[in-house]
Design a protein around this ligand. Structure first.
Ligand SMILES: *[C@@H]1O[C@H](CO)[C@@H](O)[C@H](O)[C@H]1NC(C)=O
Ligand SMILES: *[C@@H]1O[C@H](CO)[C@@H](O)[C@H](O)[C@H]1NC(C)=O
Ligand SMILES: *[C@@H]1O[C@H](CO)[C@@H](O)[C@H](O)[C@H]1NC(C)=O
Ligand SMILES: *[C@@H]1O[C@H](CO)[C@@H](O)[C@H](O)[C@H]1NC(C)=O
Ligand SMILES: *[C@@H]1O[C@H](CO)[C@@H](O)[C@H](O)[C@H]1NC(C)=O
Ligand SMILES: *[C@@H]1O[C@H](CO)[C@@H](O)[C@H](O)[C@H]1NC(C)=O
Ligand SMILES: *[C@@H]1O[C@H](CO)[C@@H](O)[C@H](O)[C@H]1NC(C)=O
Ligand SMILES: *[C@@H]1O[C@H](CO)[C@@H](O)[C@H](O)[C@H]1NC(C)=O
Ligand SMILES: *[C@@H]1O[C@H](CO)[C@@H](O)[C@H](O)[C@H]1NC(C)=O
Length: 429
């Protein structure tokens, strides 16, 4: 079921990930006192899982001892110091989170196992704007002319693939998902799985919805880390850690992709975790961010191995809000994207943002894997970048981003399925 014409192969000469400017140290954010702040302690590369366990036992002891010491000499017990909370094991990335009094934190920093300590940060769901109904995005992936109204795709449609959606949840009962969405994991254990913002449901619809999706037969795995528009990086680490463990346990490395439509200020730990998963063959597709700034200022967009997606508008131009620069790997439709809404099980919603662009690429990765039997992470990324339309975006809007627009390589033949997009006005697709 392969129908890629040789003329579409632009070649895989692009580096896997354009060199990102060195991330700035994120640890400048020490405005509030350490005692009510949580930290992520990243251990050195050579530390194994048993050593991580031993280390956290050691840290727990030091924490208990220092608290007792404070009490015995009549110092106030610092509030909100929990000690070690969660541990993260993503290939060679070993870390844990928690809150500690200053003395414990100093001892942790001085410990030989420790590479660096980073305060938790706020991560944001990229703001979105509702626009006039349209579903031109998936059409754009399969047409060389912009603003067309038909989506062409191979009938494999991502079957057997899994997209892990690290977001606000998925409304499972929505008709778009046809029972292909799994519960997965909820990092916010005190809250229901319900997607109250609709963000995760919308992106999921773009990845794999039956009408609005790129990979219409792929499976979705819900990893809820957001309730409103913000969350702690620790919740994201927790969700990401779970996704990687689940992918490895279920032998899904070659059929999975992790999608994150969120940004935080550049975090060395976040980037290291994403890169470490990649070394195990696990791909992360992430939004460039909606600040009209260099994507190198944000994580996970600036990670070496994340597939960072900028947003395009109709007419082959960068979305004016989309982040840009060499940390971006390619562009995909992000402006005015129709997908699943949460008002009811058939609701639709039109949203704009790089959060809407990255799921097109997550879906495309599922699609290419199923259509071409690609397995290896580097192989599928090279293929995707090779297929992307080169030089079609208005260069004056790109600010040194690569001039690449996602494309599914479809050639029209008897195996090609197509659909006339639905929803909204009949002329505006
Ligand atoms: C979770 O859902 C249940 C059942 O739908 C509901 O009764 C409960 O109030 C919800 N809890 C929260 C925290 O939203
Ligand atoms: C894991 O999946 C691959 C195909 O992706 C397969 O070749 C291999 O046998 C599987 N391993 C196990 C342990 O199921
Ligand atoms: C990212 O890539 C650059 C350039 O290849 C390299 O210097 C840097 O060490 C890499 N960073 C990480 C965290 O691997
Ligand atoms: C897209 O197509 C519609 C309908 O044909 C047209 O009205 C609109 O101006 C086009 N937009 C762009 C950016 O070309
Ligand atoms: C984006 O930033 C550039 C400067 O880098 C500015 O000229 C332009 O007006 C901005 N666009 C928007 C939509 O804010
Ligand atoms: C899905 O949306 C319906 C309303 O349409 C709501 O009742 C239900 O709780 C939602 N489920 C999830 C898992 O978000
Ligand atoms: C579902 O929600 C949409 C809004 O997206 C609304 O137009 C439609 O009437 C609703 N359908 C039902 C059956 O409530
Ligand atoms: C995929 O990630 C992008 C940005 O990283 C986000 O905007 C989008 O909502 C995510 N999609 C899903 C389905 O989670
Ligand atoms: C590219 O964008 C610039 C600035 O918006 C505009 O002036 C120019 O006409 C565009 N070029 C093309 C070929 O559309």
């Amino acid at each position: 079921m392969k129908f890629f014409a040789a003329s579409l192969l632009i070649g895989s000469l692009f580096p896997l990930i354009p060199a990102a400017p060195t991330p700035q140290s994120p640890s400048t954010d020490t405005s509030s006192s350490s005692s009510d702040k949580k930290f992520i302690v990243v251990l050195k590369d050579n530390i194994n899982i048993n050593q991580l366990k031993k280390h956290t036992q050691w840290a727990a002891k030091i924490h208990a001892r220092n608290l007792q010491k404070r009490q015995s000499i009549g110092l106030p017990i610092e509030r909100h110091v929990s000690g070690v909370e969660k541990t993260f094991d993503v290939n060679r990335f070993k870390a844990y989170s928690g809150s500690f009094d200053d003395e414990t934190l100093r001892e942790i920093e001085d410990n030989d196992d420790v590479a660096y300590v980073e305060p938790e940060q706020v991560a944001y769901i990229e703001e979105t704007v509702t626009q006039f109904p349209a579903t031109w995005g998936i059409s754009e992936l399969s047409n060389r002319v912009s603003n067309s109204s038909t989506y062409y795709y191979d009938s494999s449609a991502g079957e057997g693939m899994y997209a892990y959606i690290i977001d606000s949840g998925i409304n499972f009962s929505h008709e778009e998902f046809e029972g292909r969405a799994e519960l997965g994991y909820n990092a916010l254990k005190h809250l229901n799985n319900t997607d109250t913002s609709g963000h995760g449901t919308h992106v999921s619809g773009t990845v794999a919805g039956k009408t609005y999706g790129v990979a219409k037969k792929a499976n979705l795995v819900n990893v809820k880390v957001f309730q409103g528009r913000t969350t702690s990086t620790i919740n994201i680490f927790d969700g990401f850690n779970w996704a990687v463990q689940d992918i490895l346990e279920k032998n899904r490395t070659n059929v999975a992709v992790i999608n994150m439509s969120l940004t935080t200020k550049t975090s060395k730990a976040f980037n290291a975790m994403v890169d470490s998963a990649y070394e195990k063959g696990i791909l992360s597709v992430v939004a460039a961010g909606n600040k009209n700034l260099s994507a190198s200022l944000y994580s996970p967009a600036s990670a070496n191995t994340s597939i960072t997606v900028g947003a395009a508008s109709r007419g082959h131009v960068r979305g004016s809000y989309s982040n840009w620069g060499p940390s971006v790997n390619l562009f995909a439709p992000g402006t005015g994207i129709t997908s699943a809404g949460i008002a009811n099980d058939t609701a639709v919603r039109v949203l704009t943002g790089t959060s809407m662009a990255s799921p097109h690429v997550a879906g495309l990765i599922c699609y290419l894997r199923a259509a071409e039997g690609l397995t290896d992470a580097k192989e599928v990324v090279d293929r995707m970048l090779g297929l992307a339309q080169k030089g079609v975006l208005n260069e004056t809007t790109l600010n040194e981003s690569p001039n690449l627009l996602a494309f599914n390589g479809v050639e029209l033949n008897t195996n090609t399925y197509y659909e006339e997009p639905v929803g909204g006005d009949n002329y505006y697709y």
